[in-house]
Structure formats: C-alpha cells, structure tokens
Design a protein around this ligand. Structure first.
Ligand SMILES: Cc1cc2nc3c(=O)[nH]c(=O)nc-3n(C[C@H](O)[C@H](O)[C@H](O)COP(=O)(O)O)c2cc1C
Length: 187
C-alpha cells in the first residue's frame, strides 16, 4: 500500500483546496491511501530560538507525518500571488536542518485552487520552487483549479475533469514512488 500525505495550505473549514485533497483521496486507486494532515493551524510561527530539542510537539507531529509517508500531495490556495503564510511557515519549520530535512528526496506534487481566473498557478509555482530547494522530488505537473467556488457543492467536487486530473496526479506520485523503490532494489 502506498501512503500519500495530503497537506492543504488553507485552514478554513470549507476550503476548496482541502476539498481537492478529499476528492483526490476518493479518486485514488485501491493501492493508494491518501491521508489529510489536520494540524497545520497548531504550528507556531517559526522562531530559531524555539527550534531546539525537543521541538514543539506540533512540529514533531508534522515531521513524523511527512517522514512516514511515501509522498506528499500539496493543495495550495494563492494569497496575494504567493503561498499562504502558514503553509510556508510550516515548511520553514520542517526544512531544518536543511541537509537532512524530511522533504529531501520525498516525492511531492502540487495542485491548487483559487476563486480567481488563474487557479493559483503562481502559488503552485512558488511552492514547487521552495520544495525543490529543499531537495524534494517535485513532479513536473500543475493542476490549476480556477473559479473554485463554482466546482463544489456542499464540499463535494462536481467537476469530473478535475477529478480525473487529480487521479492522474496521484497516480503520477505513485509511479514516482514505484520508480524509486525499483532503483533501491537495483542498488
Ligand atoms: C489573503 C488572501 C489573498 C488572496 N489572494 C489571491 C490571489 O492572489 N490570487 C487568487 O487567485 N486568489 C486570491 N485569493 C482568493 C482565494 O483564491 C480564495 O479565498 C480561495 O477560496 C482560497 O482557498 P480555500 O478555498 O482553499 O481557502 C486570496 C484570498 C485571501 C484570503
């Protein structure tokens, strides 16, 4: 069984981005378990003075969730043309120490939804940049979901094309995991 951790960059209850991850979990094949991370709001502002031993429990939890997942699927809103602050803050925490950070070599993919016409493409591009800088194996895919408020009814995704695209993104992550596991066997 392949385990994918879903991290939504939105904290709000009726988030379209969290809705995308829920739809991705439902669309995933039987070999994939996609679990949504629920503790992003508990993460304190990054302060290097607090980044000692032991680390805050909320950070240890996020670190463990990423470490025990085979891959991470991010769904990010776009806030003022960039990544939401709390998502970036969480990534800043888990990025330390950078040489051994938990995202290094971790397969990762980014999708995103916004209520505007561009589907959070800038936020997705920035998040891919940040993840790549930390050494994650960032998939070269983008899934912009513009006008997100028109694609959900009572929290459920109603757009079948996006559902298919989400399933493809999850499958691409699963294929990357299989490819890496194959390389380990050869090595
Ligand atoms: C602080 C803030 C900044 C925003 N900036 C952008 C933006 O730059 N581009 C955009 O397309 N939408 C922007 N939006 C609208 C978001 O796309 C919209 O609120 C979206 O629903 C957020 O995702 P969520 O539903 O997952 O919470 C912004 C919203 C907020 C609250």
């Amino acid at each position: 069984m392949t385990r994918i951790l879903g991290i939504s960059g939105s904290l709000r209850r009726d988030s379209h981005n969290t809705g995308l991850l829920r739809a991705a979990a439902e669309a995933a094949g039987p070999e994939v378990e996609l679990v949504l991370y629920e503790g992003l709001k508990e993460i304190p502002p990054y302060d290097e003075d607090d980044d000692g031993h032991p680390r805050p429990a909320s950070i240890a939890r996020l670190n463990r969730a990423i470490a025990t997942a085979d891959a991470v699927l991010f769904a990010t809103p776009e806030y003022n043309a960039s990544i939401p602050g709390q998502l970036k803050n969480a990534i800043d925490w888990v990025s330390r120490p950078v040489a051994t950070n938990v995202l290094r070599n971790k397969p990762a993919a980014v999708v995103g939804a916004s209520t505007g016409g561009f589907g959070a493409v800038w936020a997705q591009a920035e998040l891919r940049k940040v993840l790549a800088a930390l050494g994650a194996r960032v998939l070269d895919l983008e899934l912009p979901v513009p006008h997100a408020h028109t694609r959900f009814e009572e929290g459920e995704l109603t757009d079948d094309k996006i559902r298919t695209n989400l399933a493809e993104a999850v499958e691409a992550l699963a294929a990357e995991i299989r490819r890496r596991e194959g390389m380990k066997v050869v090595a």
